[in-house]
Design a protein around this ligand. Structure first.
Ligand code: RTP
Ligand code: MG
Length: 143
């Protein structure tokens, strides 16, 4: 398995609930190392650009409104098979369908306010990491 990087966002609901540390702890206990991090309050423009692939979906307006409703923590995570490993830790998009013990099962209330984002492929990860981070804002690769 290859060492990969992926983008994580701790969404406004989870930041407001003071579970940043608990979520980071799950990453770090499960082989995902934080190699870049920043706290941001997304502008409308930044949120719309990030979710551009969903622009035509009926939930787009609500998604952007939610993502700009409060601060988020954006991180780059590194580890074996990081994209899939992170998605496994997050659980299903709808927390009601998320497996027990996943981040969304434990910390999210609804499909609209679902605690975390994770890149869904290596290509998305590369695009999303460069959307939020300059090269010099992320730790250099050591493996
Ligand atoms: P994310 O991008 O946030 O990691 O979540 P995801 O891959 O599991 O889900 P995705 O299909 O990419 O959708 C992005 C976010 O839009 C909201 N959503 N709402 N009401 C709905 O049917 C619906 N579907 C998606 C969710 O907040 C989802 O995380
Ligand atoms: Mg997605």
């Amino acid at each position: 398995m290859a060492v990969e990087r992926t983008l994580s966002i701790i969404k406004p609901d989870a930041v407001a609930k003071n579970v940043i540390g608990k979520i980071y702890s799950r990453f770090e206990s499960n082989g995902l190392k934080v190699v870049g991090a920043k706290m941001l309050h997304l502008s409308q423009e930044l949120a719309e650009g990030f979710y551009a692939e969903h622009k035509e979906r009926p939930f787009f307006g609500d998604l952007v409104a939610f993502m700009t409703s409060g601060p988020v923590v954006v991180s780059v995570l590194e580890g074996e098979n990081a994209v899939a490993a992170h998605r496994d830790l997050m659980g299903a998009t709808n927390p009601k369908e998320a497996a027990a013990g996943t981040i969304r099962a434990d910390f999210a209330e609804s499909i609209d306010e679902n605690a975390v984002h994770g890149s869904d492929s290596a290509a998305s990860a590369a695009r999303e990491i460069s959307y939020f981070f300059k090269d010099e804002e992320v730790c250099p690769r050591t493996r």
